[in-house]
Design a protein around this ligand. Structure first.
Ligand code: NAP
Length: 291
């Protein structure tokens, strides 16, 4: 396995937030079904501290993770925050039980979500606030209009969107200054390829959620094995390195509740795949699961 001895290059979000391209997704530091506290809160806090110690300066979370649990743990573990740390949170989903995520992106609800996140994260301004998902019951103009108002009030520095189609992304860009897009994307699930390409054209950060396909891509027994062996790496590290190589605007945020997995995941920032490896992997896994 590759060990961590440095970090990947950086990307500047919104013209003024320079982040290392390999971040941390803080959804997994909660209970089963992303509901309630994690089994081991001390380990969860240790994961967050270790991430920052190892150079991570982009942490992704949401009010709905737990709900509230992930944001609270971030503040407990890391406040007062290092200057360069960018905490990206989201609003626009409700939680009604484990594994349930109904959408609610009404303007008044988004404002409530943002106020709650500011309080829990102990921030006066959130560096990157993302609309968690467009709500089919609410015009996108209204949801993004609420975030723009929060931005004008100084409560949000930059706005990102998540789970958007190409049409929604383009509409959002007409309405506000979109600095990041966060969509599901990994080596075996490339439905968001069109959005990623549009982000690359526009120089906008693309945060691929589900980078390890819930750990499936970290397991042995897939086409990743051969490339992993060639680089003395693990399959999960190859999956992450593939995302970093796929486009200069990707910002993978592998999530984990374990310090050992975190260290393994961050070491992928050192792994450089050749162009034939990047293309070959994409070809080999096309239309099949890597698990
Ligand atoms: N915008 C959205 O709608 C949305 C949706 C989902 C997620 N996200 C964000 O994206 C982040 C990443 O997505 P994700 O957490 O679902 O998926 P992921 O990073 O693809 O996978 C996380 C899962 O893989 C396991 N894992 C992590 N590292 C591993 C390793 N080295 N070896 C073996 N297993 C490993 C974790 O278990 P362990 O805890 O045991 O390591 C966890 O179950 C989330 O944390 C969240 O911030 C956003």
């Amino acid at each position: 396995m590759r060990n961590l001895d440095g970090m990947s290059e950086t990307l500047t979000i919104g013209g003024d937030l320079e982040v290392r391209r390999l971040g941390f997704g803080a959804m997994r530091i909660t209970g089963s079904g992303i509901w309630g506290p994690p089994d081991d809160p001390d380990e969860a806090r240790a994961v967050l501290r270790r991430a920052v110690e190892l150079g991570v300066n982009l942490i992704d979370t949401a009010d709905s993770y737990g709900p509230e649990v992930s944001e609270n743990l971030i503040a407990e573990a890391l406040y007062p925050y290092p200057d360069e740390l960018v905490i990206a949170t989201k609003g626009g989903l409700r939680r009604t039980g484990p594994g349930q995520w109904p959408r609610d992106a009404r303007p008044e609800r988004l404002k409530e979500c943002c106020e709650g996140s500011l309080r829990r994260l102990r921030l006066e301004r959130i560096d990157l606030y993302q609309l968690h998902s467009p709500d089919p019951a609410v015009p996108l103009e209204d949801s993004l209009g609420a975030l723009k108002e929060l931005q004008d009030e100084g409560k949000i520095r930059h706005i990102g969107v998540s789970n958007v189609s190409l049409d929604e992304f383009e509409l959002a860009r007409e309405l506000i200054d979109v600095v990041t897009v966060q969509n599901r994307y990994n080596l075996v699930d490339r439905h968001a390829e069109d959005v990623l390409d549009a982000c690359e054209d526009a120089g906008i950060g693309f945060i691929p959620w589900f980078p390890l396909a819930t750990g499936d891509l970290a397991k042995p027994g897939s086409p990743l094995d051969e490339v992993a062996r060639a680089h003395d790496a693990t399959p999960g590290q190859v999956a992450t390195a593939w995302l970093l190589a796929r486009s200069p605007v990707t910002l993978p945020i592998p999530g984990t509740s374990s310090v050992a997995h975190l260290e393994e995941n961050l070491a992928a920032g050192e792994l450089r795949l050749s162009d034939p490896e990047v293309d070959g992997l994409a070809e080999q896994v096309r239309g099949r699961s890597a698990a």
